[in-house]
Design a protein around this ligand. Structure first.
Ligand code: CDP
Ligand code: MG
Length: 835
């Protein structure tokens, strides 16, 4: 029995601790808001702060002078030989013919919807036409054009391209801004940014003051941020009658958007793509002579699903009958017979064991038999891309660097690699680009003549009923398949190889489901709250296609649990702070806790690691070796997160000794991912410093970094309520979460390698449903940590709860934790006094 006096003391301490964290956060928030405003004015509206100039006419004169300068620079470039050459290229794009019509439509209407084939010049030309015409008319410095992109890499590469077309470097008249990175200057009047950046700007500047034109690009993708932006912008338009909104889309569902904006005019830019011949699996088997001889030899890619599900659907059929079935499936009638049930089971396919022989056969065919031209292969994700790349290396023809150049294109690639994709290969070398669906619409590689389409893309879906996100490669839509095919017809007639039967294509959905309907809405709801819009539910019901009320409720509940919202759904200090950090709310909370509790370094590494790709590689054929390499980093920590910290520290040491490459190779680590973590860490550090949450002296920020139980507690505070219990029964061990019942650990988790885990709980950041629910990275925590750090900020722990937990006494009797607690009080006192 816990003495009452001790209980009271603990409660008192907790309350104090809670109050102080709140105070610190409140102050930090004010500072962040202040900075945010300053930053935004410079950021997106690059001119002097109008308030600093007493006289408006002075401002006017400054801008006029700048406008003249802009015009001189522009004219000089256009008259130069390179400028003329560039202009001639630009005139060859289909958008050019419509230029005057487009400009006048934009001048006459507040909203215009524009569609046109990928590559016709929407992204690079339209915003540029406005910029040029404003500059030419002598008003260049008065216009501020923003063009949003769904992905950071497209924002950057487009800005680079448009700058080059204007004979400049990014950051002059054209710039970009993406999460944690940007290139913009005083004279930047056309800014490419991600849609997330524009949303963040709207948080502190509801009216988009100073912005004259907003382009929302790639709206056909129906990304969550784009859909969200459209609601907010629709609300803004009546307040900013002078603001122009231009929506751009590659495919022709313009009516949907036009309807949303009360019948805004739609303009289609007629394309100039060459015809592309579509070949489906049945044709491909014929052309390549590839034999589907036995089930074991059938490639998993593309057609695998179909066969596999048929096998599942017909368990009693003997194996040797399946071959007939396979051939049978190539005829439409038989596919239809299975298709309704097949489609359900398609969702449960996992890309774990993929063979690429069919793709290899197609590539060989192209290299041997076809005319020159680059090849673009659409695959589902980075793992597949790197596996296939490895397989091709070993191929006598495709692996020969004198004949074939294999490049990759995916979201997290380095900028240097990105440039290579656009470059012409040396003569007589065939360029093959392995890409995710990123290359579908937002990136244009000019010399593509052949496209290989596996028919799938990794798509997150969201199961609101079980509140579980799922990440599955699923069949793309017909619109996507057409889009992929179109990539082959940029410079001459092309060929597209679809690695699935035509009847499968016919069964595809027409368009993809909007992201808003297939992702958890946590971050989004937090942003809606901080925009102080109506109630979250009401706001989202104004969307093009509103999400289910249950999905919204789940998000609100989640935000309450992590204490970003209070009981009345008002934003807490923590919530306001989190809405401004450019990370997932959970990770944001972990960062703040790491800063406040003075164990910054390990937490920076963990948060950065969780926001980029996992640095622990898992090659198909060396899973076991890779797994044991990873568990070497975990010692007796029972924590994937700590393993990450150790791996990163080791990499830094190795780097200092010049052996980073070997270190990565030996330990199955991705040096790219580690680099990314390294730079993200710096950026997060900067943000925290900027907010006044950490000290200039790294020693102080890390005074408790060595305290392992504390680091564990901070991990718990960020990942809560992602928690599963560890159930030991006899010799086996299983894991359960409240919502899902039994769950499994990812094979690559260090915790999957232990016979027993001496902690009653595992906290995890992410769970994914692939048949069963899997939890990814996890860390073992004790009862007391869970109660003290799982959602402590406002509730603390009630006496009743504490009483139930034997562990809590240990917590305060444990000298190192008690010490850290007192240290914390001390550090917080200092932090607050400094304000
Ligand atoms: O946005 P949309 O798909 O309509 O086309 P775009 O991105 O504006 O590209 C127009 C043209 O510019 C492409 O057809 C390419 O020829 C060229 N371009 C390029 O050469 N390099 C880039 N990084 C982007 C575009
Ligand atoms: Mg575009």
């Amino acid at each position: 029995v816990i003495p009452l006096s001790l209980q009271r003391r603990v409660e008192g301490l907790l309350q104090e601790h809670v109050d102080r964290i709140h105070l610190a956060l409140g102050k930090a928030r004010d500072k962040l808001e202040e900075n945010a405003n300053v930053e935004h004015i410079e950021d997106l509206v690059p001119r002097e702060n109008p308030d600093s100039l007493v006289d408006a006419s002075v401002m006017e004169r400054v801008l006029q002078r700048r406008s003249l300068r802009l015009r001189n620079v522009q004219r000089a470039w256009q008259e130069s030989p390179e400028g003329t050459k560039m202009l001639n290229f630009r005139k060859s794009l289909p958008a050019y013919k419509e230029k005057d019509m487009l400009l006048s439509a934009i001048a006459r209407n507040q909203v215009v919807v524009i569609s046109g084939e990928t590559g016709c010049g929407k992204t690079t030309q339209l915003p540029q036409y406005i910029l040029e015409s404003e500059i030419e008319s002598g008003r260049g410095a008065f216009c501020n054009i923003i063009c949003t992109q769904p992905r950071r890499i497209s924002a950057m590469s487009v800005a680079e391209r448009v700058s080059a077309e204007r004979g400049e470097d990014p950051g002059e008249s054209v710039g970009y801004k993406v999460r944690l990175e940007g290139m913009k200057g005083k004279n930047t009047h056309l800014l490419f940014c991600t849609s997330g950046i524009l949303l963040r700007r709207l948080l502190s500047d509801r009216n988009l003051n100073g912005v004259t034109h907003v382009f929302v690009d790639e709206i056909h993708e129906r990304g969550m941020n784009e859909d969200f932006l459209l609601i907010v912008l629709k609300d803004l338009l009546p307040r900013r009658r002078d603001l122009r909104l231009i929506l751009m889309s590659a495919t022709l569902n313009a009516e949907l958007f036009s309807g949303f904006f009360n019948g805004a005019p739609t303009i289609h830019i007629p394309g100039f793509t060459y015809p592309v011949r579509a070949q489906f699996l049945e044709d491909i088997l014929e052309i390549t002579g590839y034999k589907l001889s036995s089930v074991n030899q059938i490639d998993n890619y593309g057609q695998e699903k179909l066969w596999k599900t048929q096998r599942q659907l017909l368990p009693r059929k003997r194996k040797n009958q399946i071959n007939t079935l396979v051939e049978d499936a190539l005829s439409k009638s038989s596919f239809e017979r299975y298709s309704s049930r097949t489609r359900d089971s398609l969702a449960s396919w996992s890309p774990d064991c993929i063979g690429f022989n069919l793709i290899e056969a197609v590539l060989c065919h192209i290299c041997r038999k076809e005319r020159p031209g680059a090849v673009l292969v659409f695959m589902t994700g980075w793992d597949d891309i790197s596996c296939l790349k490895d397989q091709l290396k070993a191929h006598p023809l495709l692996g020969d660097p004198n004949r074939v150049l294999v490049l990759t294109c995916h979201g997290s690639m380095a900028t240097s690699e990105q440039k290579l994709i656009f470059e012409k290969p040396p003569p007589n070398i065939r360029k093959i680009v392995l890409a995710t669906n990123m290359a579908e619409a937002s990136i244009t590689i000019n010399d593509i003549v052949f496209v290989v389409d596996c028919g799938k893309a990794k798509e997150t879906t969201y199961d609101a009923l079980n509140n579980t996100p799922c990440l599955l490669p699923s069949w793309i839509s017909q619109a996507s398949a057409r889009q992929r095919r179109g990539r082959a017809g940029r410079v001459q007639p092309g060929e597209c190889y679809h690695l699935y039967p035509r009847c499968v294509y016919d069964a595809f959905a027409e368009y993809q489901l909007p992201e808003l309907l297939r992702t958890p809405l946590n971050s989004l709801c937090l942003q809606i709250k901080s925009l102080q819009l109506d109630s979250i539910g009401e706001f989202l019901s104004a969307a093009l296609q509103p999400p289910e009320p249950l999905a919204v409720q789940n998000a609100i509940d989640f935000l309450k649990v992590i204490e970003a919202l209070d009981e009345k759904e008002n934003l807490t200090n923590l919530g306001q702070y989190l809405s401004m950090l450019p990370v997932d709310p959970k990770l944001g909370k972990m960062l703040i806790m790491g800063a406040v509790f003075r164990c910054l370094d390990p937490i920076l590494t963990i948060v950065s690691g969780l926001s980029v790709r996992d640095p622990f590689l898992l090659p198909q054929d060396k899973k076991d070796l890779a797994g044991s390499a990873k568990s070497r980093f975990s010692a007796k920590d029972y924590s994937d997160h700590m393993a990450l910290v150790r791996a990163y520290e080791g990499w830094k040491d190795a780097d200092r000794e010049g052996s980073a490459y070997e270190y990565c190779w030996r330990n199955f680590l991705s040096s790219q991912a580690l680099q990314a973590i390294h730079s993200l860490r710096k950026q997060f550090n900067f943000i925290l410093k900027d907010a006044g949450l950490i000290d200039a002296d790294p020693g102080i920020n890390n005074s408790l970094s060595h305290n392992q139980p504390l680091v564990r507690a901070i991990i718990c505070s960020g990942l809560f309520p992602g928690i599963s219990s560890v159930v030991h029964r006899e010799k086996s061990m299983s894991f359960k979460t409240m919502e899902d019942g039994q769950v499994l650990l990812y094979a690559n988790s260090v915790n999957s390698r232990y016979q027993t885990i001496p902690y009653p709980w595992l906290v995890f950041g992410e769970k994914v449903k692939v048949n069963t629910v899997f939890i990814r990275d996890s860390t073992g925590v004790s009862d007391s940590i869970l109660i003290l750090f799982g959602g402590i900020l406002t509730h603390g722990a009630s006496a009743g709860q504490l009483k139930m937990l034997d562990g809590f006494i240990d917590f305060f009797m444990n000298p190192s934790l008690a010490e850290c607690y007192w240290n914390l009080k001390f550090e917080l006192d200092k932090l607050i006094q400094k304000k």
